[in-house]
Design a protein around this ligand. Structure first.
Ligand SMILES: [Fe+2]
Ligand SMILES: [Fe+2]
Length: 325
């Protein structure tokens, strides 16, 4: 993958450090502005995380452990996590005896995210659906990879359940059924570029933030509870929207391979929801009750970022509809 284009001083610093073959990146002050919806800060974080996934052409692989870049990543992550914790407020704290699955379900039931799937189902044009796929590509082409970082960090029943869920996400032994491959197929069939990172320059700060939150939780062992809570909320809010999105794709006449990704998630995620809620989060918190609060924080983060992204997309698309009418 090529390095993306800079979006401001922080991403310029990261890109500049990576293209130079010096030993260690120098320091940079990141200012006091919020990072959650800042394109420059989120792009910088996305690039820093990608060093732990696929890396970039012409960037030496050992830059993954460049101490200067790790220091910057830590600064950005602290700010990002702080803003997320502040934004989701005081989610109910799981006690040692509380049922975390029930608390997760309560949180998910109370979610009133903007109706993106309903819009894609009934109203969206072909261009809106293509736009939606493009925005999702920065995460879906590495679907389930952030959660794999958690496998060595947990044990027992929760580990076995996460491995079972990931096996499914990774195609059950069939490379053509990898969910990231199904998403690449959907991109191609919709006339988009399916190469990894192709749209990093085009997507919004919030699309990058959605992807980055999963990497933040996956790459920090202390946030393993948040990673699994995020996973549970993601799976539990996927099946019904996936059915609507598939119907919208068929309504506008895009090829079957585009809808196929979403059809796959109608049934798969109905099962994954149960596995993530009960067998992963339930058993994880049973084993270590101190993780309960972070499981709920992770779930609330998933819902919050999805709501922000949804509002952004609906606003963008409604503007286009007004111009067109
Ligand atoms: Fe999936
Ligand atoms: Fe899933």
């Amino acid at each position: 993958m090529q390095l993306p284009r800079e979006r401001g001083p922080i991403s310029r610093h990261v890109i500049g450090s990576l293209v130079r073959t010096q030993d260690e990146a120098g320091p940079i002050a990141i200012g006091a502005a919020e990072v959650l919806d800042d394109g420059d800060a989120q792009l910088a974080l996305w690039i820093l995380y990608e060093l732990h996934y696929r890396g970039f052409d012409e960037v030496a692989e050992d830059r993954e452990w460049d101490l200067g870049l790790l220091r910057l990543r830590k600064t950005l992550e602290r700010r990002f996590e702080h803003e997320l914790r502040r934004a989701v407020g005081s989610v109910p704290v799981a006690s040692g005896t509380g049922d975390v699955s029930a608390q997760l379900l309560e949180l998910i039931a109370a979610d009133d995210s903007p109706p993106v799937a309903a819009f894609l189902h009934r109203t969206a044009s072909r261009e809106h659906i293509v736009d939606f796929l493009r925005e999702r590509s920065v995460q879906q082409l590495k679907e389930s990879d952030p959660q794999s970082f958690v496998l060595p960090r947990i044990g027992g029943a929760a580990k076995a359940a996460l491995a079972e869920l990931q096996y499914d996400e990774y195609g059950g032994g069939r490379p053509e059924r990898l969910h990231s491959t199904l998403f690449a197929d959907a991109l191609r069939a919709a006339g988009l570029d399916d190469s990894y990172g192709a749209y990093t320059d085009d997507v919004s700060a919030l699309s990058l933030a959605n992807a980055n939150a999963m990497s933040l939780f996956g790459l920090q062992r202390r946030l393993r509870g948040a990673a699994m809570g995020h996973l549970a909320a993601f799976e539990a809010t996927s099946s019904v929207p996936a059915r609507k999105i598939a119907a919208g794709i068929e309504r506008v006449g895009l090829p079957d391979a585009v809808a196929a990704y979403f059809h796959e998630h109608v049934e798969a995620d109905a099962v994954h929801e149960q596995v993530a809620l009960h067998d992963i989060c339930g058993r994880l918190v049973e084993e270590d009750p101190t993780l309960g609060a972070d499981v709920l924080f992770g779930a609330a983060t998933c819902l919050h970022l999805a709501a922000l992204s949804g509002a952004e997309l609906l606003e963008r698309w409604s503007g286009e509809l007004e111009v067109a009418s």
